[in-house]
Write a protein that binds this ligand. Sequence first.
Ligand code: NDP
Ligand code: MG
Length: 381
Amino acid sequence: MKKIAILGSTGSIGTQTLDVISQHPQDLSVAALAAGSNIVLLEQQIRQYHPLIAAVWDAKKAAELKIAVSDLDVKIVSGMEGMIEAVTLPEADIVVTAVVGMIGIRPTMEAIKAGKDIALANKETLVTAGHLIMQMAKDYHVQILPVDSEHSAIFQSLKGEHASGIRRILLTASGGPFRGKTLDELADVQVEDALKHPNWSMGRKITIDSATLVNKGLEMMEARWLFGVEPKDIQIVVQPKSIIHSMVEFVDGAVIAQLGTPDMKLPIQYALYYPDRKYLPGDRLDFWSLNQITFEKPDMENFPGLKLAFDAAAAGGSMPTVYNAANERAVAKFLDRKIGFLDIPEIISECMAAHKVVEAPTVEQILQTEAATYDMIESRW
Ligand code: NDP
Ligand code: MG
């Protein structure tokens, strides 16, 4: 029996992880759950999956939940300490990091130190602290198993291969809901339009990131750490239907890809069972109705958020933290209708221009960079 801790159990990836666990009660069980503030759903999850511990970020909500589940034998904890207690629980074998944003850095590191394998969805942690996390994973002999669909596809394509055989990574992108639009047209798009992704149903932040193409920029940096490739050897390939989930080109010219219907349960289940495959109910690819798969170049002019990611990766050090932190705050402001859609890349660009790179930053320096970026945004926008 594999015992799972889920950081961000009430979100899109978290709830789909619980769906996968429900399909395999003989193999998988829940050891710990952690969420931000949605205690109504968390209580239902506790009653259904019986974790030993549940963490709520918000202390007041944690106190309410404690009363609500006082009939059960579950420990309720709160704050950063609580999240860390949940992911380092001795009974847990693997931690699914499905929290959104760089808040995931500390719990992910503590889980690694406690020897837990990581099924990683929380890309912001790798973008900002990838150099530290990958080294820690080596030092503590834990596996980092990608959950992001593109990275799972690359991971599957690399099975049985040596890293020295990789020529480049072909990271596929749907292009988002605004593919083909110009800057003029993008100036007026509303929150509702940006939240309509053509192929995937996801949390609000990543859905906006998909509309700006910042998500693909974050994924490029996620891939560089996961697979040890230089950003220049990662090519973005737009494939609007999200059928090819990504590809690897090898030195002999062979290209290996993983294809499938757009369903996050596959990469989640693959990470939980790696290296085995298990039956997964759901739609299968039907090549006759699919008829064709088309490709385009990414549009970095009208979607500068993607170009800025390559700039941030080239600058290195603390610059990806500025890119990510500025994006996190700008997306929150866009969702609150305080700024326009094109202000998101503009804010990222200005924050990056004002930053002096710290090489190989420590966690403290990463968090300081985050705070300084937030301060700059609060004072200017
Ligand atoms: P959601 O917004 O749907 O869920 C986020 C989860 O994190 C919720 O459970 C939320 O709790 C929890 N959370 C937020 N803040 C805190 C906090 N301070 N402490 C503890 N828990 C917190 O996000 P997604 O599931 O869409 O995305 C999660 C991560 O996975 C992101 O990094 C995203 O980029 C990545 N990802 C997502 C994909 C998808 O299909 N959704 C695909 C590939 C990657 P609460 O509900 O209580 O607020
Ligand atoms: Mg993805």
